[in-house]
Design a protein. Structure first.
Length: 344
């Protein structure tokens, strides 16, 4: 069966076609980064309007790339939450309308489930069970994944997510938006050992995270430097490097602890921060020492995208978790949605 998937939870419009037997057929993505950069962050109303402009042309593009038509589609999937309410409604309305007009089922997918399963689009594909590190601008969680729809929360951030720590620190350093990639780029020019920053909750003994204190430590260091009139490009680069190192150290340590506590040997990393090169290299090294494996989605699928939504729906269909005979249609978006409630 071919699944048409839509992602519109925040500032990326994604459309994809996935076959339950063959995998990803095609996907198209438009990012709104340039539009929001002038405001230093995502403006929800602008995001929603841009989704409206992009979603139909992107749908036509993926159909043209594959040579398929809407009549070849067997189900329509969309991100129902969590996310910005207005943005979610764009994807939901298009998906539900198409499904109704074609007499197809419309499948509501949890945004984080899409991220969590996206590394299974790569080769090699991680087998169940595994530990998943979901790490993005809005989420930092460790999950035990026993199968599609079988998720157990192991730990999560108590305040800022890792991606937020990247973005907020970048803003303090005047790096603009989006902050995460800019800070990682600047960090390559700095010395992480030149400045000592805290590793929040590193030795807490549990699998929870906290990153708000790290941002405060950077702010304090900057204020001290400003008072002493010694703010320089070197200091900014060193702060960027030290911040990245602190975040990565915590993520790696907690991920290893999660594997130790569960006894599992596979770690899946998903979400936008999963594209960070230092995180990838340090996780791979730490897991190799423990004879465990790390799996990452392809770089172009780390950010929000339609492929992960269509794929999650295809996985649910293959596992018999979707009632394909249910063709009721409604705009059921959930800006706040606990992933645990999607479990079978």
């Amino acid at each position: 069966m071919i699944v048409l998937g839509f992602e519109s939870s925040c500032d990326e419009t994604g459309v994809a076609l996935v076959c339950t037997e063959k995998g990803l057929l095609a996907h198209a993505l438009h990012t709104q980064v340039a539009m929001h950069a002038a405001y230093g962050g995502v403006v929800p109303e602008l995001a929603s309007r841009d989704h409206v402009r992009r979603i139909i042309p992107l749908t036509r593009a993926v159909l043209a790339e594959t040579g398929l038509t809407l009549q070849d589609v067997g189900a329509v999937a969309y991100t129902a939450g969590p996310g910005l309410a207005g943005a979610l409604l764009v994807g939901a309305s298009v998906a539900q309308s198409l499904a109704w007009s074609l007499d197809l089922p419309a499948i509501a997918i949890h945004h984080l489930e899409g991220h969590l399963l996206s590394p299974r689009l790569a080769d090699p594909c991680p087998e169940f069970p595994f530990v998943a590190l979901l790490v993005s601008g809005g989420h930092t969680q460790l999950m035990r994944v026993d199968d599609v729809g079988c998720y157990t929360l192991l730990g999560e951030t108590m305040d800022d997510a890792a991606g937020e720590a990247f973005d907020k620190t970048a803003k303090l350093l005047g790096l603009g938006y989006p902050g995460g990639p800019a800070l990682a780029h600047l960090a390559e020019q700095g010395n992480a050992e030149a400045i000592t920053l805290p590793r929040p909750m590193l030795h807490s003994g549990n699998l929870d995270f906290s990153f708000s204190g790290l941002k405060t430590a950077v702010l304090t260091r900057l204020k001290t430097a400003q008072t002493q009139a010694i703010v320089s490009e070197t200091l900014a680069a060193d702060l960027a490097a030290a911040t990245q190192a602190a975040i990565v150290d915590v993520l790696v340590a907690k991920s290893v602890l999660a594997l130790d506590q569960t006894g599992l040997k596979r770690l899946v990393v998903a979400g936008g921060v999963g594209a960070n090169r230092q995180l990838r290299s340090k996780l791979a090294l730490a897991l190799k020492k423990r004879k465990a494996e790390a799996f990452f989605p392809p770089l172009d699928l780390c950010t929000d995208n339609g492929a992960m939504i269509a794929f999650a729906a295809a996985q649910r269909i293959s596992k018999g978790l979707v009632d394909l005979a249910d063709k009721r249609h409604g705009f059921d978006v959930r800006p706040r949605w606990d992933l645990a409630t999607t479990a079978t």
